[in-house]
Design a protein around this ligand. Structure first.
Ligand SMILES: [Zn+2]
Ligand SMILES: [Zn+2]
Length: 240
């Protein structure tokens, strides 16, 4: 073991990403024993519509289905307002910066991307990665844009280039809006940056959670308008 690694382990104990209890550096999953049980229980949840677990659930919000004829995916189920491990991870992802949390979520998106590309025989070697950025106010408040960091870690795992395409000029959080309002709000929230060359490009569009799919839908529409070829949306979680 390198000196740097020994020092890190001695002075910066690794913490469970859910309860912050100290855990072993050598274990694979970033959870303590009891949080691991909760995480696994969450993976056993079945979709109320198709009856499959998250890995095999074929239900996508309408806004996402329309983007690329349902070639889209998500990692785990998300139930707003419940205190599930996924909700706590999403909360940390957004507000309490920890690289291990971001990497954990990015890795789940990565696994889904590989599975999706295999299923549809997609050669992703010339794809780029992009994301819908957070509002400027949120980035200022929390000190980072979790969507950007998530996309960055995902791009690293895939060996692809991350490109910034959008600017978020919105003022209202999607969270507080109804399904109808979300589409209009998303449409007025995102603008394309100047001087982009997107003609013929294929992109993974990465985000934390899909709810109605409004944000992903609006962003994909803008990419397509600029001549993008294939757009594949993948998120860490999907609202059940
Ligand atoms: Zn824990
Ligand atoms: Zn389903």
């Amino acid at each position: 073991m390198k000196i740097r690694e020994i020092l890190k382990r001695a002075f910066m104990p690794r913490q469970c990403i859910l309860c912050k209890e100290v855990i072993d550096y050598d274990q694979e999953m970033p959870f303590c024993e009891s949080c691991m049980v909760e995480w696994l229980a969450n993976l056993d949840l079945m979709c109320g519509t198709c009856g499959f677990d998250a890995e095999n659930c074929i239900c996508l919000p309408e806004g996402v289905r329309e983007i690329n004829h349902s070639i889209a995916s998500f990692g785990v189920f998300y139930t707003p307002k419940a205190m599930t491990p996924v909700n706590r991870i999403v909360y940390r992802l957004k507000r309490d910066y920890k690289l291990e949390v971001i990497r954990f979520c990015a890795n789940i998106i990565y696994q889904r991307a590989l599975k999706l590309c295999e299923k549809y025989k997609i050669d992703y070697s010339d794809f780029c990665v992009t994301f819908p950025p957070r509002k400027y106010d949120s980035v200022k408040k929390y000190g980072y844009d979790h969507a950007e960091l998530l996309a960055k870690e995902f791009a690293k795992l895939m060996g692809l280039e991350l490109i910034k395409v959008f600017e978020n000029v919105g003022e209202t959080e999607q969270k507080s809006l109804t399904k109808k309002q979300r589409l209009a709000n998303a449409a007025s929230s995102f603008e394309l940056l100047d001087g982009l060359q997107l003609k013929g490009k294929s992109l993974f569009l990465i985000d934390d959670v899909m709810t109605t799919g409004a944000t992903l839908h609006v962003c994909a529409r803008m990419l397509r308008h600029k001549g993008a070829k294939t757009i594949i949306p993948i998120t860490f979680a999907k609202d059940m």
